[in-house]
Design a protein around this ligand. Structure first.
Ligand code: ASP
Length: 332
């Protein structure tokens, strides 16, 4: 029921995106906020679709989409990222090009405006795959990427979410669940916490038959400084291989790391001959829940099948095929 399976349409280019999964209930989100999410997702999809329509690479399409999601304060990445326990922001991002199995990722960056572009710079630089902290900042600077004061990432809504998580002294709280807890108490207003969710990601198939994936996040509210989630770990939160699929995950990162979630989808297809939907379901409704792992993922295979499964109440998500209207969804 949570998995949408679209018939194969050959090599028609397609892009899919997510803005985070979690306890998203209709009662927590006003119609206006719901509309704002759909509008944001639609505009991001159209930007990715344009890249694919002019024959652009899947890697470019996913970077354009994730950069736009990072710039949107509705989602937990870039501007609007969640806070660490120390009241700071530590951002993670990754990109992977399924054509070459080339990948780039950054972890724990604090001043790069668009972490996904830093991840792409690591990929293009070619020497390493994962750069953390100051070294990643330096590489991004050398690549000419925009830097910002750390306060650029902060929003009042995220600060309230941190205060709530700390008041509950519940340890690290998944962005989505912290937001949902607040939403129950704070209906209606502009800072309605039900609307403050979402690690972001994109996957795409281009006209040349290549796949790519990108993911970007502020991580989890009230996380310990130095904690790195699944998003920047190639194989855990992000993976792409032209022979199988491109995958971007969202949810409780520790569980996704332990099951190598994104790679597991591709491995099930490569070694087990599973179809995309079967592989995604096995991970999202089997391997992850077995560890108590909540969340979801988006995936596209080389034939253009798209799966958007999640084991939570909802996941901000959408897809757009070349020449067709984008479709966006929030709930089951
Ligand atoms: N997976 C992200 C992390 O653990 C969080 C999320 O998807 O909301 O850092």
């Amino acid at each position: 029921m949570n998995t949408m399976h679209f018939p194969s349409v050959g090599a028609t280019p397609v892009i899919a995106i997510h803005g985070g999964a979690g306890t998203l209930l209709r009662s927590h989100i006003s119609p206006e906020q719901e509309q704002a999410y759909h509008a944001a997702l639609q505009s991001v999809l159209r930007a990715g679709q344009e890249v694919l329509a002019r024959g652009g690479a899947a890697l470019e399409a996913v970077c354009v989409a994730v950069q736009a999601l990072e710039d949107c304060p509705l989602f937990n990445a870039g501007h609007g990222a969640v806070f660490t326990a120390d009241g700071t922001h530590e951002l993670d991002a990754a990109v992977m090009d399924g054509a070459r199995l080339a990948a780039g990722a950054v972890a724990g960056v604090t001043r790069i405006r668009n972490p996904v572009l830093a991840a792409r710079a690591v990929l293009q630089h070619g020497q390493h795959v994962l750069m953390a902290g100051e070294g990643a900042e330096q590489l991004a600077l050398a690549a000419g990427l925009a830097q910002v004061a750390p306060s650029y990432f902060s929003t009042e809504a995220r600060r309230a979410q941190l205060r709530d998580a700390q008041a509950r002294a519940a340890g690290a709280v998944l962005d989505h669940d912290g937001a949902a807890a607040l939403a129950g108490r704070q209906q209606g207003g502009p800072l309605h916490e039900g609307s403050k969710m979402g690690t972001v990601g994109a996957v795409a198939l281009d006209a040349h038959g290549h796949l790519a994936a990108a993911t970007s996040t502020g991580g989890m509210t009230n996380k310990r400084p130095g904690r790195v989630g699944d998003s920047p770990l190639i194989g855990a939160g992000t993976y792409a291989d032209d022979r199988t699929a491109a995958v971007s995950c969202t949810g409780h990162g520790e569980s996704f790391i332990r099951v190598a979630a994104a790679y597991d989808v591709c491995a099930r297809m490569a070694y087990g001959g599973q179809a995309l939907q079967q592989a995604c379901d096995a991970v999202v409704h089997g391997a992850l829940p077995a560890l108590g792992g909540t969340g979801g993922l988006i995936a596209v295979d080389r034939r253009g099948n798209v799966c958007l499964p999640f084991n939570t109440e909802g996941m901000y998500r959408g897809l757009a095929r070349a020449g067709q209207l984008p479709e966006t969804f929030i709930y089951r």
